[in-house]
Design a protein around this ligand. Structure first.
Ligand SMILES: C[S@@+](CC[C@H](N)C(=O)[O-])C[C@H]1O[C@@H](n2cnc3c(N)ncnc32)[C@H](O)[C@@H]1O
Length: 242
């Protein structure tokens, strides 16, 4: 039984405007992940969204499965006509019988996991679902990133969209929330209201949870300082080997 997801409301807008997060990250994905797993290996992409990253991996010859909780995001992914197997499901409850050469999760997807015990479960399931020597790669936004980017009002107007966003980060609860309204023109103007809530975890806590899950070789890269990716304050890439 799948749950309601905030992403259902703006899946189509997301796909057009935000689905390309993976593009500047691909060099690091190649160097830190793909070079270290077998060609045509199998990859599980957690929180795959509309599938753009999963499809890119698939186009390079990998055997990819993507899972996401949002029915609408998965519908768009399925209609993208790739060879990826897309599954509608909640990663806090998902454990696979298959084993993978790699498991990925990008674009602060794991910040959407609001309970620490769920994050712990996801890392444990990932460890158990990886082959020996397999790699878990994911990025997360730390508090510095929420303080920098999740605090204020933002408006963007194009010929076909008006995007109005209000975001705030609460230092006490460690929760960041974006509340936004999109007016989208497609034959007529349509209004979409959306909300996304994410949690900031301490970097040390993430590493502790990974170690407790069984990952002993963990490398952490700062997007700006280590990967040369701009406007990515407080964002880290984790590469963890089983
Ligand atoms: C910022 S989007 C990233 C999507 C995709 N990784 C990308 O790069 O475009 C976050 C995604 O996480 C999904 N998500 C959030 N919580 C989830 C959960 N518990 N299980 C599965 N997917 C989840 C949302 O539906 C959304 O598609």
């Amino acid at each position: 039984m799948t749950k309601y997801s905030d992403y259902d409301y703006f899946a189509s807008y997301y796909n057009k405007n935000w689905g390309t997060f993976n593009v500047p990250l691909m060099k690091s994905v190649r160097d830190l992940l793909l070079k270290n797993i077998p060609e045509k290996g199998n990859i599980l992409d957690l929180c795959c969204g509309t599938g753009q990253f999963a499809n890119r991996l698939s186009s390079k010859g990998y055997n990819v499965t993507g899972i996401d909780i949002s029915r609408k995001m998965i519908e768009i992914a399925e209609n993208s006509g790739s060879g990826v197997k897309f599954i509608l499901g909640d990663i806090t409850e998902y454990s696979s019988r298959e084993t993978y050469d790699a498991i990925t999760s990008i674009f602060d997807s794991l910040n959407h996991i609001l309970k620490e015990e769920d994050l712990e479960k996801i890392y444990k399931n990932a460890f158990n679902s990886l082959k020996e020597g397999g790699i878990l790669l994911f990025d997360m936004l730390m508090e510095e990133g929420f303080q920098e980017y999740w605090n204020g009002k933002n408006t963007k107007v194009t010929d076909q969209h008006v995007f109005i966003d209000n975001s705030f980060y609460d230092n006490k609860t460690k929760l960041g929330t974006h509340i936004f309204t999109i007016f989208q023109y497609h034959e007529h103007w349509q209004r979409i209201d959306g909300k996304v809530t994410e949690r900031a975890y301490d970097l040390d806590k993430v590493v502790d949870l990974l170690r407790a899950a069984g990952f002993k070789q963990n490398h952490v890269y700062h997007f700006e300082k280590d990967l040369n990716l701009v406007n990515r304050k407080g964002r880290y890439l984790f590469v963890c080997k089983k």
